[in-house]
Design a protein around this ligand. Structure first.
Ligand SMILES: [Zn+2]
Ligand SMILES: [Zn+2]
Length: 343
């Protein structure tokens, strides 16, 4: 097999590696047809998180099952599947909720050193009945890829933001996850979605998705749009100190800050006293990927949620370094890069 590896100099290469073995009787091997680069992959690329001697990257992929252990019942060899980016044991009370984050054995993430990388030709999937979903008829490749992480994360960020239909929601950061959060907030009935990103091309996509993009600093613009009260919910899809500060300043008293961006390893100095006085709810969410599929698949099939225009660049796997450079550029033109293992 071949897989994408990053080394400590942040160099991306595509390397040969031994074919993966089944992880056990409940495991499966997936021959990958397409994988995507995620904003969280860029934390390795940008050097925010150490990668040691070399790390196989990628946690978002779709493909075809080419081998299963004898205990696998929900998918069979030949099935086209999507792979949850976050894995659980599939057998505990936590996994029974559909949320691998609550797995009592601890969640594992592909392409983070815990499990193999998904930017590869093949990946071994443990507890395949829990991690794999046979791609439903009518779900295209882009939607299937976004169900492995980004749409599930945007949806979780919006559905955990506690707003009621008709209320105002702000979304900070309009990368793939932020754009999915905008579309999810619209689908969940937000009255107005105020969307913020410094890159004009990214704001354009949010505008086309039903958001408005006010000018000016985020908190000032939200306060101006809400008669000084603040938004019922702020979804922070960036989660650097500056956007977290803006989120707390833009949320109304009694509102919710819903964080789905990936902060670096440093602590964030939160103004706890002011949050207490203003009864702010802070939610931080790693998406319960498998749990979201039941809500998302019907919305994708009936068109009330769309995934068009999110994957903007398609490259062969051998051009992974070019793909990472494109993603790291965070331009208006390139939102999300797909890598397809060539024949
Ligand atoms: Zn991801
Ligand atoms: Zn579990």
């Amino acid at each position: 097999m071949r897989h994408v590896v990053i080394d400590h100099t942040r160099t991306i290469t595509v390397e040969e590696a031994p074919d993966p073995d089944l992880t056990g009787p409940d495991g499966a091997i997936v021959a990958i047809e397409a994988a995507t680069i995620c904003g969280s992959d860029l934390h390795f690329f940008d050097g925010d998180i150490p990668v040691g001697d070399g790390l196989a990257l990628g946690h978002e992929c779709i493909g075809r099952v080419v081998d299963t252990g004898p205990a696998v019942t929900s998918v069979a060899v030949g099935d086209r599947v999507l792979v949850s980016s976050v894995a659980g044991c599939g057998a505990c009370v936590g996994c029974a909720t559909g949320d691998p984050v609550t797995c009592v054995l601890g969640p594992q993430v592909f392409g983070s050193g815990m499990l193999g990388g998904c930017q590869a030709t093949h990946v071994a999937v443990p507890a395949a009945d829990f991690q794999l979903l046979a791609i439903p008829e009518g779900i295209d490749d882009d939607a299937a890829l976004l169900l492995t992480d980004n749409l599930a994360t945007g949806w979780a960020g919006a559905s955990r933001a506690d707003f009621r239909p008709g209320e105002t929601v702000a979304v900070i950061g309009l990368g793939a996850v932020g754009l999915c959060a905008v579309r999810s907030a619209v689908a969940l009935g937000a009255g107005e979605v105020l969307a913020f990103d410094p890159v004009a091309g990214r704001r354009d996509r949010a505008l086309a998705s039903g958001a408005t993009c006010p000018d000016g600093p985020t908190a000032d613009a939200v306060l101006a749009a809400t008669a000084g009260r603040g938004a019922a919910a702020v979804i922070d899809a960036v989660a650097i100190d500056e956007t977290l500060d803006a989120s707390f300043a833009a949320v109304r008293a009694g509102g919710t800050v819903s964080v789905i961006g990936v902060h670096d390893l440093n602590p964030y100095p939160m103004a706890m006293l002011m949050s207490l006085f203003r009864s702010i709810t802070l939610r931080t969410t790693t998406a319960p990927i498998q749990q979201t599929w039941g809500a998302l698949v019907p919305r994708l099939l009936d068109g009330s949620l769309r995934t068009d225009g999110i994957i903007t660049d398609r490259l062969p796997l051998r051009d992974a370094a070019k793909g990472y450079a494109l993603a790291a550029d965070r331009s208006g033109a390139s939102l999300k890069v797909l890598l397809r293992p060539e024949d």
